[in-house]
Design a protein around this ligand. Structure first.
Ligand code: G3D
Length: 185
């Protein structure tokens, strides 16, 4: 076995990605993580501190950090930024009243230097609720076009209840991160 193939083999075992789930409280972060992991989503309590879950996804092992979004603990988000490969920003698309707050928090987060290289997936969640804004409308309100050149990002409509859109979103994120950090493949 050549050296390169040995290195490749080792790399394959290490196919870990660190994903940070963020967004305002009640946006659906915990429900999304449970759903993607095939767990019962009927009884969940709001994320107070944080949950870490390792999920096998395709050939990768995703370390998912689900951080609480309550106003009082948003200042702690910064403690989880180190080595983040992918950011998932979850939006409650039916909570129109809080979209300004949502935009401000997102742009504030993206100023963080340690997150500069991370791919960004925006989940326009709760699409099952009547009156929820569509992904294109959410993109506009959140002013996502402003970072067109500076970052890889994608917005995907989803429902953590039905599961619609979740795989589409994670597929994009995982592929985008993989193409950046696993160049040997
Ligand atoms: P968080 O982890 O971001 O704080 P949660 O959010 O996952 O705790 O979800 C907050 C509430 O929104 C929960 O309702 C949850 O069931 C609901 N929710 C999450 N995703 C969806 C969705 O796609 N559609 C709908 N209709 N509701 C969703 P409760 O009532 O338990 O507070």
């Amino acid at each position: 076995m050549g050296l390169l193939s040995i290195i490749r083999k080792i790399k394959r075992k290490e196919k870990e990605m660190r994903i940070l789930m963020v967004g305002l409280d009640n946006s659906g972060k915990t429900t999304i993580v449970l759903k993607i992991n095939g767990e019962d989503t009927s009884v969940i309590s709001p994320t107070l501190g944080f949950n870490i879950k390792t999920i096998k996804y395709q050939k990768y092992s995703l370390n998912i950090w689900d951080v609480g979004g309550q106003k009082t603990i948003r200042s702690y988000w910064r403690n989880y930024f180190e080595q983040t490969d992918g950011l998932v920003w979850v939006v409650d698309s039916s909570d129109i009243r809080r979209l300004d707050d949502c935009r401000a928090e997102l742009h504030n987060l993206l100023k963080e230097e340690r997150l500069a290289g991370a791919s960004l997936l925006v989940f326009a969640n709760k699409q099952d609720i009547q009156g929820a804004l569509k992904p294109a409308e959410i993109a506009k309100v959140l002013d996502l076009a402003a970072m067109e050149k500076s970052r890889h990002w994608q917005i995907v409509g989803c429902s953590a209840f039905t599961g619609d859109g979740l795989l589409q979103g994670f597929d994009w994120l995982v592929q985008d991160v993989a193409s950046r950090i696993y160049v040997l493949d």
